[in-house]
Design a protein around this ligand. Sequence first.
Ligand code: SF4
Ligand code: FES
Length: 241
Amino acid sequence: MSDQMLTVLVWRGTADKGRYIEYKVRGLENHTVLDVVTYIQRYLEPTLSYRFSCRVGMCGSCAMTVNGKPRWTCRSSVSKVAPGGKLKIAPLRSMKTIKDLSVDMSEFFDKLARAEGRFHPTSDRQNDFNHVKPDSVKRRLASDGIECIGCGICYASCDLVAWKSSYLGPAALNRAWTLVNDVRDGAHRKRLNAVAGDAGCHACHSQQGCVESCPKNLNPTASIAGLKRVTAIAALKGELD
Ligand code: SF4
Ligand code: FES
């Protein structure tokens, strides 16, 4: 796409009440979707609400639905996601729209907490560092899922989250899996109990929408499969409450 006029439909309003408004924006080859939204907010629609911070793919705050797919808008170039010059931008699915493109992510982050996504240290400053070998199996399993930026894209792409609102979702379960494999953590049993329930890993249908959409190329489905395995073994051993 060289310099061309883009037709951009942007959702204005809340989830219950609103509509798409059309804007015309001159798009340049290297523009990202976030650049386009920022242009609209600065020059055409100053009351447009949306969220971003780092602009370089680190903070996870700029995710929106772009032409039907959840994407990190600061790293999505218009030439790739809208080769025909048409953009339809909406808030993320499965999260309550606060206004326009801004969503309420509290439930998403609450689920990280419900999945025991918090590190529980087993040593303090009086102790020496825990030495974890970089090539150990557990360290490698933890490393596979550790780069999550909490963008919520996998959550918005997951049909199960859309159908079953209590489901913890791919990001929370992926986080739990990294901690299950963290040998320094002291909440193993508590975490397995947290993810083994009705809303946890066994609810996943392995549709892999999360894998396809994760901008960090993580594989939450594999993490969830790992949780299914360890929780099943723990259940057989009578280790779940
Ligand atoms: Fe975003 Fe990927 Fe983390 Fe999901 S697993 S929140 S898509 S970085
Ligand atoms: Fe931080 Fe896009 S603005 S990831």
